[in-house]
Design a protein around this ligand. Structure first.
Ligand code: SF4
Length: 409
């Protein structure tokens, strides 16, 4: 059976490593220029070099995004940048603009090209056009249903990649001027301020300053706020169809999100391709519960099966949540886990270590120490190294998280 690649985002060097160790087959990342997600902590050349080496040494792939919709003013710097990327020898470039693609063919001719979802490929003729131009892989538009995806698969002999998880736009992916209009930051240049997530109200012309809620709860009105995509249930059919790669959105998300999401999709892909049997309700429930713990919004299957509940008008997901507290940096010979702090935590919290492979181990924390082995009540300072007594080592880059209950609706 075809085993699709799991393609995870890598917003910085640490996230690249976490994504790879928790199950990604490939990681996509932006360089310092010409990448959507301009505010996502893209990698500089040195980090990108290290990230590519880290991935390739482990038999994994590194994809670099150059997927802005370029304007004339962007073109002059592209040749040198593309040559620089070519010298780093990633496994592919991800492009969406035809001009960038043409320049990539000329200045990075040995690098395979993937067409970004920003190119909105929705039919097999568009797919064929990109194949004719030399694309090796297409990331299909998110706005397709299962039958449409299947027809493109049947008619096209080109690698197909599909977003299966993560945030959605209310516009055709990225083809949206809302952010530019409201904040001056352009989504098409990687600078979206996500105004579709803002709270909106209705104002009647003759009542200036008086706002009528459109749908109200105590937090406000979120008519444009899309739920997050989750196609976990559809994985078996997509695998049977012959989709080559499953992609997860979220270069700006935390290492905890990457670890949790990569772990679940890795298990689901392996489980189905090993047995060919439909997912059992209880295993699906376990995976979905894990994914929901790191999600900020409820899930939708969106266009793929014409889900009618695509907007999160109630704002936010409920139930049990996992919060990112720190990342394991080592285990010292005296029997202490060395953890780099990312959020205030300490004794009394319900803590777990999420390990590469997907296992979550409860961590009972009675005391912790600073670098000088002085006891502390809590880890409070950003990126502080703290030491936790532990009977056993856990792998580097294991993620420390706190489980919290949120109010039920
Ligand atoms: S404002 Fe919302 S819909 Fe528009 S590009 Fe940004 S995330 Fe997408």
């Amino acid at each position: 059976m075809n085993v699709p690649e799991l393609v995870m985002p890598g917003g910085d060097l640490e996230k690249v490593k976490v994504a790879a160790l928790f199950g990604a087959d490939a990681v996509y990342m932006g360089g310092p220029h010409f990448s959507l997600r301009a505010y996502a902590g893209n990698l500089d050349s040195e980090d990108m070099n290290e990230a590519i080496a880290f991935l390739q040494q482990r038999g994994k792939k590194a994809y670099i995004t150059v997927n802005i919709i370029a304007k004339n003013r962007d073109l002059a710097a592209l040749p040198a940048y593309l040559e620089e990327l070519a010298s780093l020898k990633p496994d592919a470039l991800i492009v969406s603009d035809l001009g960038v693609m043409r320049l990539a063919r000329r200045y990075a001719p040995d690098l395979p090209l993937t067409i970004s979802t920003q190119a909105n490929v929705c039919n097999y003729e568009a797919a064929a056009a990109f194949a004719d131009l030399g694309a090796q892989r297409l990331v299909l538009a998110r706005e397709l249903d299962l039958d449409e995806i299947e027809e493109i698969r049947r008619k096209m002999n080109i690698e197909l990649e599909l977003f299966v998880h993560g945030a959605m736009c209310v516009a055709f992916s990225g083809r949206c001027l809302l952010s530019h209009y409201m904040t001056g930051r352009s989504a098409n240049q990687g600078a979206c301020a996500h105004p579709c997530r803002y709270s909106y109200a209705l104002q009647e012309e003759k009542r200036p300053g008086q706002y009528f809620p459109i749908h109200e709860d105590p937090r406000g009105t979120y008519i444009l706020n899309s739920r997050d995509l989750c196609l976990l249930r559809h994985l078996p059919r997509l695998i049977e169809m012959g989709i080559d790669a499953f992609k997860v959105e979220g270069r700006m998300k935390s290492p905890l999100y990457l670890a949790s999401t990569a772990g679940v999709y890795r298990q689901a892909i392996e489980r189905y391709t090993a047995t060919g049997k439909a997912f059992e309700p209880d295993e699906l429930e376990t995976w979905l519960r894990e994914l929901e713990r790191t999600a900020t919004r409820p899930f939708t299957s969106a266009f793929i099966d014409h889900d009618q509940e695509m907007q999160d008008v109630d704002k936010g997901s409920k139930g049990e949540k996992a919060e990112f507290c720190g990342i394991v940096k080592g285990f010292n010979p005296l029997g202490f886990l060395e953890v780099e702090q990312r959020a205030n935590f300490g004794p009394g919290d319900t803590l777990e270590l999420l390990l590469p492979g997907g296992e979550a181990k409860p961590l009972s924390l009675a005391i912790l120490y600073n670098r000088d082995m002085e006891p502390m009540d809590r880890a409070r300072h950003a990126r502080q190294r703290v030491y936790i007594p532990s009977p056993e080592a856990v792998p580097e880059y294991s993620v420390l998280r706190r489980i919290v209950k949120q109010d039920e609706p």
